[in-house]
Design a protein around this ligand. Structure first.
Ligand code: CUA
Length: 313
């Protein structure tokens, strides 16, 4: 066991991880030992007391009080130990420290939006400071999702019309995967994000930039390429011409589109409208399922993504 993970467990990077890992390893090894003892004795006894000739009679079995007591008392102690240990771990995971930094997380088909107390939002890639408790207040705008960061050992269902929450304190600077672990539709498997754990100074700079980080220093086209990934567009739109839940981005710009509102040319205004108001002109043959969650994207991000989409011709 260690920060880098083991055969059974992924790397660990939160204060909750050691508690969970010790408990997991204890249950795992105790189960393994009991399995070996039970199966070993079974095989041994089957061989030792096998019937050797047709007239053989079973010997009289005398009960052993010690043996009877031991297989009642030992498992009871083990089970109560795991219960107490597990209950204490559960309380630790369930109750966030009162001074935690609070971020709102919204799941939707098929991405995550993280809204910071400073007033800006980012999609799929969240930044948090190392060594500080962070509490996520989570909700969904459509179906059930589940927020899972394996390295932090936290997993919590995210539901529509109510809040659920998790907390963690990251112990190591780095990038950690976020998975959705509740099957939530066609592109569930693409509903993935990243937690960037950074030091407090980097985090303050990132917050001051409104969540843009060093994005603003890149050429617009490159910003757009990264934003198309981070905003989760690729869960539904391919770059290689194949049809997914939505139309491909390849050779989209400037093409003639047959839509629910008649034939249109996919110019900048059409792309902008389709990002911000996806139901306005839906391409024929595709369902009107793109969420309205992108309506609040900053104009700068929309500019960058359109600039990038023009390069895919
Ligand atoms: Cu969201 Cu699976």
């Amino acid at each position: 066991m260690g920060d880098r993970g083991s055969f059974f467990l992924p790397e660990s990077a939160s204060t909750l991880a050691p508690t969970i890992d010790w408990l997991f390893n204890f249950v795992n090894w105790v189960s393994l030992i009991i399995f070996v003892i039970v199966v070993g004795s079974m095989v041994y006894l089957v061989v030792k007391y096998r019937r050797r000739h047709p007239n053989e009679r079973t010997q009289l079995v005398k009960e052993s009080k010690l043996l009877e007591a031991s297989w009642i008392v030992i498992p009871t102690i083990l089970v109560l130990l795991v219960f107490t240990w597990g209950f204490r771990a559960y309380v630790k995971v369930a109750v966030a420290p009162p001074d935690a930094y609070e971020i709102h997380a919204t799941g939707f088909q098929w991405a995550w939006t993280f809204t910071y107390p400073e007033g800006f939002s980012v999609n799929n890639e969240m930044y948090v400071p190392v060594g500080r408790p962070v509490r996520l207040i989570m909700s969904s705008t459509d179906v059930l999702h589940s927020f899972f960061v394996p390295a932090f050992r936290i997993k919590q269902d995210v539901l529509p019309n109510r809040y659920s929450s998790v907390w963690f304190e990251a112990t190591r600077v780095g990038e950690y995967d976020i998975f959705c672990t509740e099957y939530c539709g066609t592109s569930h498997a693409y509903m993935i994000g990243k937690v960037h754990v950074v030091d407090q100074n980097t985090f303050s700079d990132w917050v001051d930039s409104g969540g843009a980080g060093d994005l603003a220093t890149l050429p617009l086209e490159e910003q757009g390429r990264l934003l198309v990934q981070r905003n989760g567009c690729l869960a539904c739109h391919s770059l290689d011409g194949s049809s997914m839940t939505g139309p491909t981005f390849k050779a989209l710009f400037g093409s003639q589109r047959a839509t629910s509102a008649g034939s249109v040319v996919a110019d900048e205004n059409y792309l902008r409208e389709s990002i911000l108001m996806p139901g306005a002109k839906v391409v024929n043959g595709y369902p009107n399922v793109m969420p309205a969650n992108y309506a609040s994207l900053p104009a700068q991000q929309v500019d960058a993504m359109i600039t990038y989409m023009k390069t895919l011709n």
